[in-house]
Design a protein around this ligand. Structure first.
Ligand code: ZN
Length: 159
């Protein structure tokens, strides 16, 4: 009789311990898998988006140049340190403005979904189109004026 109880107790505790162990192991594996997914998503985002402005790789003609020089993270970090080390009396108005934003924790001075390269290229394109249209309009006016002059001249010669 004792042997049956001992066997039952042993198998009961073995089963409970095995189930608990499986639960704990499952939770650990799930958590690590989730962390690994998050880390790979972050790495992918850092590779395909600019850290400073958040614009994607496809927006720029030369993404590496943009990330390495135009929006270099360490240039911004160096500028912040420079502003913190520079005495306020020696700061220019622009430096005072940015320093004030940094002190208050306002990040609106940082590029957010915008880059000077892109806005400049679209502005130049707009300006070029507008310029060309204006020139065409001026040419049409000049041509119609010249045609009218020629017609007037011909009319005067005939009479
Ligand atoms: Zn950028």
């Amino acid at each position: 009789m004792d042997t049956v109880f001992i066997l039952f107790d042993f198998s009961y505790f073995t089963l409970v311990v095995l189930i608990l162990l499986a639960i704990v192991t499952g939770v650990i594996i799930d958590t690590f898998g989730e962390l690994r997914d998050q880390a790979s998503q972050k790495a992918e985002r850092l590779k395909s988006q600019c850290f400073m402005c958040g614009l994607g790789e496809g927006v720029f003609s030369n993404f590496d140049l943009h990330v390495d020089e135009e929006h270099n993270l360490w240039s911004y970090a160096a500028y912040i340190v420079y502003l913190q080390e520079l005495p306020v009396v020696r700061q220019t108005r622009l430096e005072q403005y940015v320093h004030g934003k940094i002190i208050t924790g306002d990040s609106s001075w940082l590029p957010n979904n915008q880059a000077a390269v892109i806005s400049m290229s679209s502005e130049t394109e707009d300006a070029t189109n507008h310029d060309v249209l204006e020139r065409i309009g001026n040419l049409e006016e000049t041509m119609s004026y010249l045609l009218a002059e020629v017609k007037l001249g011909q009319g005067a010669q005939q009479s």
